[in-house]
Every structure is written in C-alpha cells, then in structure tokens.
Design a protein around this ligand. Structure first.
Ligand code: ADP
Ligand code: ADP
Length: 228
C-alpha cells in the first residue's frame, strides 16, 4: 500500500546542505499499523509528509496505492492529496468558523468524490464511527481536545482513504484521551486501513504491532521489516 524506496530529502540552507532523510526504505501493507519513532529531528515528520504528498523527495520514490507520486505534476499531486491519504495532526487543525460536520464535509467538497446530497449523511456516519455524532453542529472551539482529535480523524476519513498518516495524534491529549484515540486508530487498521503514526511516547509506541525507528534520517530499526 505504501512503498518508500531509497528516499532522501535534503534541505539547502544557504550554502549548507542538510539531509533530513537518507536512503530510507519502508513498505507497509493494507491493515498494518506502524509506529514511527525516533528523537526530535530524526526525520519522522518529513517521512510522513512525503507519504502524504505534502512534500517531494530529493531522491528515491514514494508509491502509494499504486501511484508513483514522483510521476504526478503539482496539479495532479494537489488533487491526489487527501483522497488516498488522510492526514491527522497533533494540533487538530480544524477550521474554527465551520461546524464539526462542515469540517468533515470539506474534503468531500474539495475532492468532488462524494455527491452533494451524500456529504452530510456521510459526515454524520463518520462522526458516529468516532463517537461524537452528537457534536456534529458544534463549533470546534466548544469541544475538548480528545473530541477535536476525533473530529479531525473523521475529517481524515472523509474520502475513505486506504492510508492514514498521523503526526503525534496523541501528543496534545491526556493519557486516557490519547488511549481512546489510539483505540480508534487500531480499529481502523483492523478494518483494513494502512495506518502510519509518528509518536515520541513510548507507552503509545509499545501498543503498536510494528515500530520503525529513525535516527539521523535513516531507518535504524524496523521490528517487522516486510520484503517488497
Ligand atoms: P522529526 O519529525 O523527527 O522531529 P523532522 O522531519 O521534522 O524531524 O525534521 C528532520 C530534520 O530536518 C530536522 O533537523 C529539521 O530541522 C529539518 N527540517 C525539516 N523541515 C525543514 C525545512 N523545511 N527546511 C529546513 N530543514 C528542515
Ligand atoms: P516536529 O514536532 O515533528 O519535530 P518540527 O518542529 O521539527 O516538527 O517542524 C515543524 C515544521 O517546521 C515542519 O513543517 C518542518 O518542515 C519545519 N521545519 C523544521 N525545521 C526547520 C528548519 N530548520 N527550517 C525550516 N523549517 C523547518
């Protein structure tokens, strides 16, 4: 479902060249739940951004659900984004002036993948799936952190993507709330979604079946390396 091959990402800062990722290989299948760990600056967010099509590698290839992202023009990559890969952030990033249901409907509108009349019913189904159907018509600011993250997960699932990437999704939540969000991600993987989650929390990573450790932009350890 996700195949990252010999990927490097360099940043040029003036005359200096900094390698955020160097020669990274990673394969993950449908239904797999992978934790990506490593100290701050090891390249975790950079890797997720490449898989989500938010950023492009300097070398190597990223193939997601059969599409080689390097072959897509900027316009086609922009259209592809959010349809095949749902993205969840640490700080939720819900639009404050839209209701929870409207936030979930937005990716459906942007992609045009869900007909107009189906958008609100689909949003309500997703909010029910993450346990906050009763909050559909509230503004995000009136929700707790855990409820906002559930809303953000529902939004990430709007276009029924086969891959979900989550960057520190529990990083801004208390332990019990983070646990509930983790249960939700586990359920999605069990239902066939390929879930890749960055976390620096050891107890969270320990609950995930496979852990990939990055160090200085390389894969230092993979508890379950799967051959391509
Ligand atoms: P992590 O998520 O593991 O903390 P990141 O992927 O955010 O690591 O960053 C990896 C390294 O790349 C860091 O040293 C960071 O400073 C650098 N980096 C990330 N994004 C940029 C950027 N846009 N420009 C320059 N350097 C960057
Ligand atoms: P994380 O919480 O994952 O460690 P960072 O704080 O490393 O995230 O990075 C946050 C954002 O800032 C990212 O989008 C990253 O690309 C950008 N960034 C990180 N380091 C640099 C840098 N040295 N120069 C420019 N942008 C950077």
């Amino acid at each position: 479902m996700v195949r990252v091959s010999a990927v490097s990402r360099t940043y040029r800062l003036g005359t200096a060249v900094f390698e955020a990722l160097r020669g990274v290989d990673l394969t993950a299948h449908a239904g797999e739940f992978v934790a990506i760990v490593g100290r701050s600056g090891s390249g975790k967010s950079t890797l997720l951004n490449l898989i989500a099509g938010i950023d492009r590698p300097s070398a190597g290839s990223v193939v997601v659900a059969g599409t080689d992202l390097g072959q897509l023009s900027e316009n086609r990559l922009a259209a592809w984004r959010g349809r095949t890969v749902g993205v969840v952030f640490q700080f939720f990033q819900l639009l404050p002036t839209l209701t929870v249901a409207e936030n979930v409907m937005l990716p459906m509108e942007l992609s045009g993948g869900v007909p107009g009349a189906r958008r609100r019913p689909r949003a309500l189904e997703l909010l029910d799936q993450v346990g906050i159907a009763a909050l559909a018509d509230k503004l995000p600011s009136t929700l707790s952190g855990g409820e906002q993250q559930r809303a953000a997960i529902a939004r990430a699932l709007a276009n029924d993507p086969p891959v979900l990437v989550a960057d520190e999704p529990t990083g801004n939540l208390d332990a019990a709330t983070g646990d509930a969000v983790l249960n939700l991600l586990e359920g999605l993987a069990a239902a066939g979604t390929c879930v890749l989650m960055v976390t620096h929390e050891r107890d969270i990573a320990e609950r995930v079946p496979r852990t990939v450790t990055l160090a200085d932009g390389r894969v230092a350890q993979d508890t379950e390396a799967v051959p391509c």
